[in-house]
Write a protein that binds this ligand. Structure first.
Ligand SMILES: NC(=O)c1ccc[n+]([C@@H]2O[C@H](COP(=O)([O-])OP(=O)(O)OC[C@H]3O[C@@H](n4cnc5c(N)ncnc54)[C@H](O)[C@@H]3O)[C@@H](O)[C@H]2O)c1
Length: 307
């Protein structure tokens, strides 16, 4: 199949592009390299440096005739979305819509969308949250992810363009940057390997569902299946807090830094953890990399690439 991966120079998108190419698909990548890096680009993909807001994107779609669009490009920083909701919406809502219109008009069969199980549910009422949990996002970023799902539902029901929204937990692993939802892992590793002192904001008991990037990539491969449609959580159903991550990374990096706490950041969710039963029961997906070995692989990556 001919697949467009937006954000294919980024942490998750580059892993997805690699996997699609390994499966023999023809892959084109669009990225504006705002947080993504050229070094992540698979040489087997055709790369077009472009912003998803570019109004000429329709011409590209008409020419290329993509079968599938795997949409990973986004403004990924929750804090940025709080400080500048207009900027967030310009990329995450209007940029996506630009892409969806071009997709619909050129006959794309399916959109695979990177949604967020950490952000669309908001403060949870039950743990772990299934896909039917109320969606009350507490950040402009979470709202933009949910709005994308609503648009995609419209495109499926009214225009016949199918979609899968994969609601990722907090994704960590090789190539990750400090901006995304699991940024704390990359920030701590870099500081510890650099002999600097990381600071834990607040009491460090804020918990998240950390899912390894390789497992997220496998879900994006399954999403190519015609039978998969709608929203699916991609997480582990296990919560870990920041204090635990700090202690684990200190062991793995051999750092001798102290556990230092600073002021809490306001407005952040306290707990987030999602169920993967729907993906498991329907498509046999389950996380394969546990947190300890995933962190080990991530530290190894940063050791290799920071020297
Ligand atoms: N990392 C996580 O924990 C996590 C959790 C839930 C959902 N997601 C979603 O997964 C997707 C990938 O995130 P990531 O962690 O790999 O982040 P990333 O920053 O590494 O990747 C995003 C990519 O999009 C590109 N991009 C940003 N704005 C663009 C624009 N206007 N036009 C073209 N390209 C643009 C960036 O250059 C980058 O390569 C995002 O949609 C993100 O919201 C990530």
């Amino acid at each position: 199949m001919k697949i467009l991966v937006t954000g294919g120079a980024g942490f998750i998108g580059s892993g997805i592009a690699d996997a699609y190419i390994r499966k023999g698909h023809e892959v084109v990548i669009i990225d504006n390299l705002s947080t993504g890096r050229a070094i992540n680009l698979n040489p087997g993909a055709r790369f077009i440096e472009m912003d998803i807001n570019d109004r000429s994107i329709g011409g590209l779609f008409d020419k290329e005739k993509f079968d599938i669009v795997c949409h990973q490009a986004a403004q990924v920083d929750i804090r940025v979305s709080v400080d500048d909701p207009l900027f967030d919406a310009r990329t995450n809502v209007l940029g996506s819509l630009n892409l969806y219109e071009a997709s619909k008009n050129s006959g794309v069969k399916k959109i695979i969308f990177a949604s967020s199980g950490g952000a669309v549910y908001g403060e949870q009422e039950s743990f772990p949250a299934g896909e039917g949990h109320p969606t009350n996002p507490c950040s402009p970023y979470g709202i933009s992810k949910l709005v994308n799902e609503k648009y995609l539902f419209y495109y499926r029901e009214v225009c016949g363009m199918d979609f899968v929204a994969l609601r990722y937990g907090n994704v960590y692993g090789p190539r990750q940057n400090p901006h995304g939802e699991a940024g704390v892992v990359a920030i701590f590793i870099r500081k510890m390997l650099g002999g600097e002192q990381p600071v834990i904001h607040g009491d460090g008991k804020k918990s998240r569902d950390y899912v390894y990037v390789g497992d997220v990539v496998r879900a994006n491969l399954l999403a190519l299946d015609d039978k998969m449609s709608g929203a699916y959580n991609v997480g582990t159903a296990i919560e870990n807090d920041v204090n635990f991550i700090f202690a684990e990374l200190r062991k793995l990096t051999g750092s001798i830094c102290e556990e230092v706490h600073g002021p809490a950041k306001s407005g952040e969710q306290r707990r987030s953890v999602i169920s993967f039963d729907k993906l498991k029961n329907n498509f046999g997906w389950q996380p394969e990399t546990d947190f300890a070995s995933g962190l080990e692989k991530t530290v190894e990556f940063f050791k290799r690439t920071s020297s």
